[in-house]
Ligand binder design. Structure first.
Ligand code: SF4
Length: 107
């Protein structure tokens, strides 16, 4: 099975994802749980969006299907969602509703 990281779209313009990927590569912070058996990181993707960030060309169901087709069973909610978002629990419940295990945090 594989994991994915979901990040906040508010940071698209300035975040390169390096903090999350460094933590994953080094099995640090939220990824320390994988230090003895690291699953592949199959995706770094952005959330479903909110009124501030949602675009017009959207296909969330396709994104979820891509994750499932690539064996993602666990989604980490990146630090930026915790910092930026008022709807943290909503994201968590939505992903759980899609059958994913959700882990809070990245780096
Ligand atoms: S604030 Fe929340 S809903 Fe809006 S882009 Fe960030 S994570 Fe997504």
């Amino acid at each position: 099975m594989a994991i994915a990281i979901m990040a906040c779209r508010k940071l698209i313009g300035k975040c390169s994802g390096t903090g999350c990927l460094k933590a994953y590569n080094n099995c640090k912070v939220a990824f320390e749980i994988y230090k003895d058996n690291k699953p592949p990181l199959a995706s770094f993707f952005y959330c479903k969006g909110c009124k501030e960030t949602k675009g017009t060309d959207e296909d969330w169901d396709h994104k979820i299907t891509q994750l499932k087709n690539n064996n993602v069973d666990t989604v980490h909610l990146a630090l930026c969602i915790n910092v930026e978002c008022d709807e943290y629990e909503k994201h968590e419940e939505m992903l759980k509703g899609e059958g994913f295990k959700v882990i809070r945090g990245s780096h």
